[in-house]
Write a protein that binds this ligand. Sequence first.
Ligand code: ADP
Ligand code: MG
Length: 777
Amino acid sequence: KAAMEKVIWRRSMQMRSQQQAWQESPEGRKMLEFRRSLPAYKEKNALLMAISNNQVVIISGETGCGKTTQIPQFILESEIESVRGVLCSIICTQPRRISAMSVSERVAVERGEKLGETVGYKVRLEGMKGRDTHLLFCTTGILLRRLLADRNLKGVTYVIVDEIHERGMNEDFLLIILKDLLPRRPELRLILMSATLDAELFSSYFGGAPMVHIPGFTYPVHTHFLENVLEMTGYQLTPYNQIDDYGQEKTWKMNKQAPRKRKSQLTSAVEDALRAADFKNFGPETQESLSCWNPDSIGFNLIEYLLCNICEKETPGAVLVFMTGWDDISSLKDKLQAHPMLGDTSRVLLLACHGSMASAEQKLIFDEPEDGVRKIVLATNIAETSITINDVVFVIDCGKAKESSYDALNNTPCLLPSWISKVSAQQRRGRAGRVQPGECYHLYPRCVYEAFADYQLPEILRTPLQSLCLQIKSLKLGSISEFLSRALQSPELLAVQNAIEYLKVIGALDEDENLTVLGRYLTMLPMEPKLGKMLILGAIFNCLDPLLTVVAGLSVRDPFLTPMDKKDLAEAAKAQFSRDYSDHLALVRAYEGWKDAERDLAGYEYCWKNFLSAQSMKAIDALRREFYSLLRDADLVDSTTTTCDSWSYDVHLLRAVICYGLYPGICSVVHNEKSFSLKTMEDGQVLLYSNSVNARDSKIPYPWLVFNEKIKVNSVFLRDSTAVSDSVLLLFGGSILRGDTDGHLKMLGGYLEFFMKPATAEMYQSLRKELEELIQN
Ligand code: ADP
Ligand code: MG
């Protein structure tokens, strides 16, 4: 033991002298000087004291004050100075992989080290850490995964959960687990960090844990809303009130989970704004996009205008543009690069900042550009709080955000754009006032801003809980509803019950809430269970390629565009792909065509001709690869198959697999003389969106449709459907593959009886008998 202690002491002394040597070197001194200028530095002693005296501490402070880069370092440095360095192990979680990577890199630079020495990072599929790593930045998902193997976090001395104000599902989930862990590990320290001042909630959750606030300073920011921006552009104002019912719903989809009341308030606010404002002279392209009020697309013209304006100004300073997602970023970037002034690299340094960029690209964001060059960064909400760009003076905010992280344990791939909250809008605005007074342009009217929610609802309260429930089961955390009742803000019981019921119906949980084999596979795939199911079966039946397209297509913005003034042309274009009575397969055909065209460098033309969104196509392409690698990780495809390129295009088989995924989203096709009507058990009569390929046909030669999603406007509308036969529904609806057929058959039987299809009901009876015998044997 004594020998061991000696080794520890010697190694710690070594660490200490290394640290001192760096801090005394010229570069080290300069770095230290910079660090001392950050607001967090002034609180260093108070912070360290609070941490050493309390098991849990909550720290809040403005973005950029030095929470993420400094506080873990303060802890590490003080451990090293007290010659205990080797004994300490700090884990700092980040909601996104890109921040884990960029922050660890920055901290390594500040310590004069290479990444992977004392400081490392770990994200899904990537990491840099060594034997001597004592400070590890990782995604929340990685820490959750580690807890799966090591419930007590043996050897970890500090856990820092960063960006808790975002209230992501993973972070809320992690806090429940850590709260359970603290009594078992009295020496473990937990530090929560937030960029907003809502610390009380967390403090009372942890029994009145102390809060430390880091005071900061920002310069005033001059705020412009859309009406002010429009005035600047000199466009005339006349009413615009041609709003298409469906188009409108399309944009408001992001508020689906919001209470109806708020949604309608927001909608009428926008309508009012549209009536009040005129965009007449913006050209046909703008008119189309306005019909669905997408700030990104109206924004494209406006952003270009504003950027030109800013670049002509004397005031130096970088421009930060908040966009919805990386597909918008990349197409805006293309557009700007073609611009005579903005595309001129001797005048403008145009950069993108989003969750999936390469790390070399990341570094450029932080660098100061050469004299006379204006830095313009197109970013997602990642630049709101997790990444700080120093020299920003101008902010352009499109007002929307989209969840797009794909960590292994990330539960909700909510890829739909939604309006941000007031707090987020303020954060975005605040980015402009870091170094001097700044300007912020919001690309939405003030009345839309007024209708924003104050805070965004925590993810756990606004997204379906199915995947979270699966994770709770895979971490063996006991009863789902009991566990979730201990959350910071517990989801409604009904939401929990719905999720459990759904998981039972699709066969991921058995009657006693235990994970089935299917459930276990689904926990390895960070996506909605229905999408996971399609991929699993696609892999097994070796028809993965088209299913990758289907699943990726369900995760991006609808690639089939329906501009209002060219609706017929657009629908006719979609009809070319529609011979299978399936929107999902129409997408597969459209994607295949794009892929061929892209090979001849004619992808854009192809999209243009066929009313397809080129960004969506590119996004699908990227997601397909991502999903494929997830399947590989889960051992669902083996490395010898090259399914990603080879084709298996048996429409009947695909129909079956799509049905397997989308069940219980089924509706009955009831034919009458001229056409047909649709019914589901829960809603009665339902309708199809007019751009569905099935809406154009007066006869569908199948008795059922399976659908991905239904939306209630005045009536219930189904989006994206695929027609299936009785036998497919009987064999692939629900969960026959899990072995437990009883509940499933009862449910299906219920459906069949409800719709009174006697022939099918008979078939169902005999199938049921057969299956029961099979199972008994
Ligand atoms: P917080 O977590 O409180 O938002 P950070 O610790 O991320 O703040 O950043 C503190 C400061 O460190 C920033 O204001 C910025 O000046 C600087 N900084 C952070 N990351 C980098 C980087 N990669 N390159 C250069 N400077 C950086
Ligand atoms: Mg931070």
